[in-house]
Ligand binder design. Structure first.
Ligand code: DX5
Ligand code: ZN
Length: 215
């Protein structure tokens, strides 16, 4: 069964307690928090303070996606705020290997996200050190965008790279995941589905999460 990670970027920020209660009651495994700095991506979202509130209000795994420059400066703050998984962008890291060691030494799972233009083969030499690869299936910065179809081929490539090395690295797909494309994303080899709009803009988020979980 896939891991479902609703993205709270699409939640109603005036009713976050309701959305956290819904998450707790749902079949979601994780919740996904998008941190944007207005530099790495052309948008600003929220920081560690809100992560801390979510952590207190939810019982699921806290999956933090950093879309920020110099992520090493903030890893400890996000650990203290409650991140269980911390994902950095390969495009924002000059010393990715060092950043991954830092995240792990702080006691979190280490994720690497790659933009749509970045080849999965750039991960070859560091794959054994990564707990999760987040394949961006939209250009990061905004919720509610359309899934980029070439991602399917990238999932297959990454899955065979992991298999060839005998690695259990999780493959997460982030952006434009819908009830219509989720099955093909999973059959290409993905493990984790991030879903923002599909969950939070649906008339029944609880049911939508259940549908994604039981595809
Ligand atoms: C985009 C974020 C995504 C976003 C996904 O930059 O990384 O996590 O919340 O939203 P949807 O599922 O609406 O595309
Ligand atoms: Zn994300």
């Amino acid at each position: 069964m896939p891991i479902i990670a609703p993205s709270l970027l699409s939640a109603n920020f005036l009713q976050l307690q309701n959305d956290c209660d819904m998450l707790n009651a749902s079949e979601a495994d994780w919740y996904h928090l998008d941190i944007m700095d207005g530099r790495f991506v052309p948008n600003i979202s929220f920081g560690p303070m809100l992560v801390e509130f979510f952590k207190k209000a939810t019982s699921k795994v806290c999956d933090v996606h950093l879309m920020i420059e110099e992520p090493e400066k903030f890893a400890e703050q996000f650990k203290n705020a409650g991140a269980d998984i911390l994902t950095v962008h390969i495009e924002a890291c000059n010393h990715l290997h060092r950043n991954l060691q830092q995240i792990k030494s702080l006691g979190m799972k280490a994720g690497v996200a790659i933009n749509p233009h970045t080849s999965v083969h750039l991960l070859e030499d560091v794959l054994a050190d990564i707990d999760l690869v987040c394949l961006m299936s939209v250009n990061p910065g905004f919720g509610g965008q359309k899934f980029i179809p070439q991602t399917i081929e990238k999932i297959k490539q990454l899955r065979s790279m992991c298999n060839a090395k005998g690695l259990q690295t999780l493959i997460e797909i982030d952006g434009g995941v819908t009830l219509d494309n989720a099955a093909s994303i999973l059959s290409a080899g993905a493990d984790v589905l991030v879903a923002g709009n599909t969950v939070f803009k649906s008339s029944n988020p609880l049911e939508t999460i259940a549908k994604l979980k039981n595809l």
